[in-house]
Design a protein around this ligand. Structure first.
Ligand SMILES: *Cc1c(COP(=O)(O)O)cnc(C)c1O
Length: 453
């Protein structure tokens, strides 16, 4: 029957991250200054990011060493286990072999601390005293609270006000790790004050919280800003997941035919898949498939065109070349399945646009249904985001049953769903509504996207 878990020793934690920019057939389109439409230089970012991370953002070196202090923190929960989902295979009666990398074992419960810890370290090295960020439901905020605590930095988290009021448990985690969590919009920033003056009962949005966090960092000398997904250096830090998984798949004596992951900003999936996609770019594994799974309520890769757009609603960031639903995109309120960002990581978008990777979109009820099958076979109750990947995997495994193919399937089990039981509850009691973001709406929003030649 073979093993269920493939475990590495602590001394096998990778010593370098993999930078896919070294192996791209053509370089990534650079971020642009929205006013001049010219590429922005690294110094434009220096006000809000430390130099160490800016260098990683633009680096074309294939391997970037992981500092020993960061590896030492990773030891708390890394290497993470790779599982063979034998009980799920049996439940589905599929000839496919299903593997998953389990990132829910980190203290914050997801893959996010892989980058939070690294970002806190590089900021600490450059004398930064405090980090700011935004958070929606609180997954990223709790990961950064954890990372900053380990390197003695202060942390200020602007949390979307509705979530702050309705989902207290992630806030309690952030505060337990010593971070300050502020409901956004707030009186802390000029932008927050302006929003509150116009609407004192504003429930907040991720776009507003980003603008507050950036303003806070830009107006304080000892403070920088931190982002939990999308950027190249974030994806770089997450490749530790795929590098470990590659060694573990070796131990299992298999190589994946198809890899699935859920995509919000693209960091957990890119982290797992890039070290494998490397083999496709070199021509060593031309048949490898990599499939992004996203919600039909926020169908960035499947419906959004590949074009330059702002990273935030308030139009304060540089323009990034990516698949986008338009920066004015507002996630439908009935959607509780996570993954609500209007764009996606430029690296992931480029590889998708050039057909090295593919994408599918699902409704939230079918996604939870798949996650329930997974929970009842493997035990783990996954995050609503992760559930999208599970849906992709189960569909593929059932296809293998029809075609009698013994494919090897791998996915990133990016986190647990213990703080999302409200969404699970809604699903289990028939209260989730499926919603498909209309194509006309995408067209309308794109009118506001800046024109770049
Ligand atoms: C934040 C989060 C995601 C989505 O973000 P990506 O950058 O696309 O990985 C997915 N799964 C979990 C568990 C998360 O916390």
């Amino acid at each position: 029957m073979g093993e269920t878990k493939f475990l590495l020793d602590e001394n096998e934690i990778p010593k370098a991250w993999y930078n896919i920019q070294a192996d791209l057939p053509t370089p990534l389109d650079p971020p642009l200054n929205p006013a001049t439409k010219e590429p922005i230089g690294p110094d434009a970012l220096a006000r809000i990011f430390p130099l160490g991370l800016i260098k990683q953002e633009v680096s074309r070196e294939r391997w970037i060493s992981i500092p020993e202090e960061v590896r030492d923190v990773y030891r708390l929960w890394r290497p993470t286990p790779l599982y063979r989902a034998k009980r799920l295979e049996k439940a589905l009666k599929t000839p496919a072999k299903i593997y998953y990398k389990w990132e829910g074992v980190s203290p914050p419960g997801s893959h996010k601390p892989n980058t939070a810890v690294a970002q806190a370290y590089y900021n600490m090295k450059e004398g930064v005293r405090r980090l700011t960020t935004e958070t929606g439901a609180g997954q990223w905020g709790s990961a950064l609270a954890f990372g900053t605590m380990l390197f003695d930095l202060k942390c200020t988290i602007y949390m979307v006000k509705v979530s702050y009021e309705q989902k207290p448990y992630r806030r309690v985690m952030m505060e337990s790790w010593g971070a300050e969590c502020i409901p956004s919009p707030s009186e802390r920033t000029q932008y927050g004050k302006k929003v509150l003056k116009e609407d004192s009962k504003c429930p907040g949005s991720l776009g507003i919280a980003i603008s507050e966090a950036i303003e806070d960092a830009a107006t304080h000398d000892d403070t920088k800003y931190s982002l939990g997904s999308v950027l190249n250096h974030v994806l770089l830090h997450q490749t530790i997941v795929g590098l470990e998984a590659k060694k573990q798949m070796d131990m299992a004596g298999d190589y994946p035919d198809v890899i699935f992951g859920c995509v919000g900003g693209g960091s957990n999936f890119s982290g797992l898949v890039f070290p494998f996609v490397a083999d496709k770019l070199t021509g060593e594994k031309p048949e490898l498939r990599a499939v992004s799974c996203e919600p039909k309520a926020c169908p960035t890769l499947t419906k959004g065109p590949y074009t330059y757009d702002f990273g935030d609603t308030a139009q304060t960031t540089p323009l990034l070349k990516m698949h986008t639903l338009g920066h004015s995109f507002v996630p439908p309120p009935i959607h509780s399945g996570g993954l609500r960002y209007h764009g996606d990581a430029p690296l992931l978008c480029k590889l998708t646009n050039e057909k090295y990777m593919e994408a599918v979109a699902y409704h939230q009820n079918e996604v939870f249904k798949a996650a329930k099958i997974f929970a009842q076979a493997e035990g783990f109750i996954v995050a609503p985001e992760t559930a999208h990947a599970v849906k992709g995997v189960i569909d593929e495994a059932l296809k293998c049953k029809e075609t009698k193919k013994e494919k090897v399937i791998l996915f990133n089990n990016s986190g647990h769903g213990y703080f999302d039981l409200g969404a699970w509850d809604a699903f289990l009691h028939g209260k989730l509504v499926d919603y498909e973001y209309p194509a006309e709406q995408v067209k309308k929003a794109l009118v506001k996207v800046p024109k770049v030649k």
